[in-house]
Design a protein. Structure first.
Length: 158
């Protein structure tokens, strides 16, 4: 797997956050590319973390944080549990479709200072915090995917 460096750009804060989040999203998808469904479901760690769960979980996180909590949309929050019927292709398709909806909601926001519609019992946060949280969460789980992929077939790279 060829190593791909993060984008370098001279943009504003929103543009930079989006570029780095998109890089991490695409890095995760590269990590699961070429992995068969059984391998993607398997986990070498006691927690059960798998490549397939990581993709499903990040689609869930983006839906929850941006569409539901920030934008206040009444959307179904995807279940990130992995079942025997799940496939890498379907999970990646769902994840990519989530990106489009999330990116549209972010683009429609007047500023990064716009507050979340509803964070439930958690402290109020603005869009800036949500995007930074998703960047952190996606990068963290992409790192997990690096290790899981290396365990499965020795492939490394961003």
């Amino acid at each position: 797997m060829p190593d791909q460096k993060p984008p370098r750009l001279h943009g504003d804060e929103r543009e930079t956050l989006h570029a780095l989040l998109q890089y991490q999203r695409e890095s995760l998808v590269r990590k699961v590319s070429g992995v068969d469904d059984d391998t993607a479901r398997s986990s070498p760690v006691p927690t059960g973390t798998s490549l397939l769960w990581l993709v499903k979980h990040l689609a869930t996180a983006e839906t929850l944080w941006v569409l539901h909590r920030f934008a206040g949309q009444q959307v179904a929050i995807p279940d990130d549990r992995v079942t025997a019927d799940d496939s890498v292709a379907a999970a990646v398709d769902t994840y990519r479709a989530t990106w489009a909806r999330v990116d549209a909601a972010v683009a429609a926001a007047p500023s990064l200072d716009t507050m979340c519609h509803d964070t439930g019992a958690e402290s109020p946060v603005n869009l800036r915090w949500v995007l930074m949280h998703l960047l952190e969460e996606t990068a963290r789980h992409t790192g997990h995917a690096d290790v899981l992929r290396e365990f499965s077939d020795g492939q490394t790279g961003r």
